[in-house]
Design a protein around this ligand. Structure first.
Ligand SMILES: [Zn+2]
Length: 569
């Protein structure tokens, strides 16, 4: 998603902090991930992650991967709903299929308290359940054995809450006063409008989405369009099939008076859905989708949701990376909401929302963080993808200039990685400091051919997986043969960036240098001296000395390639 304040998201379920000891223990125990094994590095941190606020009971229920979640592995959802724009009611069911990983007699699902649970069926047996805030604990009549596949039908109904950054679930109107219904629920969670296992670690393997709406309207959801069926009662059901793992918040419905046009990139179908009055503007602006996909395919490999196609869908909010059906509301203009987003004259060359939100198809959707604490894996990387798009289109100088424009947005108030297990809301630095850190990493690798190979392998290794920062660090360490953990830790797990401390001694003709950092064992090479004739030094936290004829005022540090502070004495 694009950066905007998420503060309002967290107001809706303010309850006193009750740290149930079992849940707290489960939170602490949840550090694994679903990726193929790589050597694990110690990434212990000196600074414990800061919570933006004390986690509430609701945050813990949403964020902890407790035993009633960990005892099962999602396989499949069929969300089958009817949306009534007149009564503003959503009703229907989600069929949830999962495999038990451990013996157990209950699982945790989630549904916003504003919605009714109508019934939960296992075959024809009605299951008992308990609700606590946003959680629904479903009880089985007998123990379900590890290895067994279970399918339940979760019936629900009600009026979903309209809230959060882009509306949560909104029964709206388009500018012509026609029905326009849309969802955007990252942060607050998909359980705001449908029942699911609402966390990031576990994704279904594939999913069906069936949406019945009044005749004449169009629903665009994720995946491949399978067809529509006139239900004979004034409603038509639109069926979509998602062939890949999908995170819950990416699941979306967009119901409106859409018209469609399409194109192809090789054999990848591109489908565009806009309001009729915006068709001409969209046909001009959306040609950028092709160059964007070509650029990202160049760096990372094939578009990851090929069987589902690529779609852009007009919405009234700025945009969101809904998997294979990216939503778009950037005024059919370049920049971000018609602004020069990084302020250095590059952003007006392209449509920020097409480039950023679609970048999430690679980072966020194909590779997903296993906990919102590590959301920089989505946002830091996708912000870096913006600069890769610039590099692909206009060259490296423009890319470096573009991403350095993000420096003015860095706040450095708290570490990028937030608290695990509490549905955390990491700070905006995950985007801006995130991209500057990844650019720094490129300079540390100091070999572009190697860097491009590394990026390609990184994506291919982790696509369709849910990972944590530890997995990223282990991968980069293994592939480079370097110990990059202290560098990752300083940028991601501490608030301050490194400061290069320089002390000139003209009488001796020497320069003393060291890093001022929080992270023990931090060492990072950096280019210094004269621009165009850089020399690489390898400072650590201990003072080292070099000879240099360059005076203090002329002595430069390549701060556009390494995101560091410089202190000269
Ligand atoms: Zn984003």
């Amino acid at each position: 998603m694009p950066w905007t304040s998420r503060k309002q998201v967290f107001g809706f379920l303010a309850v006193p902090v009750i740290m149930a000891s079992s849940l707290a223990a489960q939170t602490a125990a949840t550090t694994g991930s679903q990726v193929s094994p790589l050597p694990k590095q110690s990434v212990a941190s000196a600074t414990p992650p800061q919570a933006a606020h004390e986690p509430t009971r609701a945050d813990i229920l949403r964020g902890a991967y407790g035993e009633d979640r960990a005892n099962n592995d999602l396989l499949y959802y069929h969300l089958d709903i009817r949306v009534d724009p007149e009564k503003k009611i959503v009703s229907g069911k989600n069929t949830i299929r999962f495999k038990m990983l451990k013996d157990g007699n209950r699982i945790q699902l989630d549904l916003n308290p504003s919605l009714n649970v109508d019934k939960i069926l296992l075959g024809s047996t009605e299951l008992k359940y308990e609700r606590e805030l946003g959680a629904v604990f479903v009880n089985f009549p007998e123990t379900m054995r590890a290895g067994h596949t279970v399918s339940i039908d979760f019936y629900y109904s009600g009026t979903p809450v309209t809230t959060g950054r882009f509306g949560g679930f909104t029964f709206g109107k388009d500018p012509q006063g026609r029905t326009w219904i849309y969802t955007a629920c990252e942060g607050i969670g998909a359980s705001i409008w449908w029942p699911n296992k609402d966390q990031w670690r576990d994704e279904v393997e594939n999913m069906e989405i069936s949406v019945a709406i009044p005749n004449g309207l169009v629903d665009v959801s994720n995946g491949k369009f399978m067809g529509k069926t006139d239900l004979g009662d004034g409603y038509t059901r639109w069926d979509w099939f998602v062939h890949y793992p999908i995170n819950n918040y990416d699941v979306s419905i967009n119901v409106g008076n859409y018209v469609e046009f399409s194109d192809k990139l090789g054999d990848l179908p591109l489908d565009f859905y806009v309001l009729p009055e915006d068709l001409d503007k969209a046909k001009k602006q959306f040609v950028q989708a092709k160059g964007m996909i070509e650029a990202y395919q160049h760096y990372f490999g094939e578009y990851p949701f090929k069987k589902d196609g690529y779609k852009l869908v007009e919405v009234p909010y700025s945009g969101m990376e809904h998997q294979s059906a990216v939503t778009y509301g950037n005024h059919f203009a370049n920049g971000y909401l018609e602004r020069d987003w990084t302020g250095v004259g590059i952003s007006p060359k392209f449509d920020f929302i097409i480039i950023h939100e679609s970048g999430h198809e690679w980072f966020g959707n194909a590779i997903t963080a296993a906990d919102p604490s590590d959301m920089w894996i989505h946002e830091g990387w996708t912000t870096y993808l913006e600069s890769l798009y610039v590099e692909y289109m206009w060259g490296k100088d423009d890319a470096i200039k573009y991403l350095n424009g993000y420096k003015s947005k860095v706040e450095s108030k708290q570490p990028i990685i937030a608290q695990h297990g509490v549905n955390a809301n990491p700070p905006s630095d995950q985007y801006f400091k995130g991209v500057l850190f990844i650019n720094t990493l490129r300079s540390v690798v100091n070999d572009d051919a190697k860097w491009w190979k590394l990026l390609h392998e990184f994506f291919q290794h982790f696509k369709y997986k849910n990972i944590m920062t530890e997995d990223v660090v282990a991968f980069f360490n293994q592939k480079t043969g370097m110990n990059l953990a202290p560098i990752f830790n300083q940028y991601l797990r501490h608030t301050a960036i490194p400061t290069l401390d320089l002390k000139f001694d003209y009488s001796a003709g020497t320069l003393a240098y060291r890093w001022e950092v929080d992270e023990p064992g931090f060492a990072m090479p950096v280019r210094v001296g004269k621009k165009g004739d850089w020399q690489i030094i390898e400072p650590t936290a201990e003072w080292k000395t070099m000879r240099t004829p360059i005076k203090k005022d002329e002595f430069d540090v390549a701060t556009d390639l390494y995101y560091v502070n410089v202190k000269k004495e």
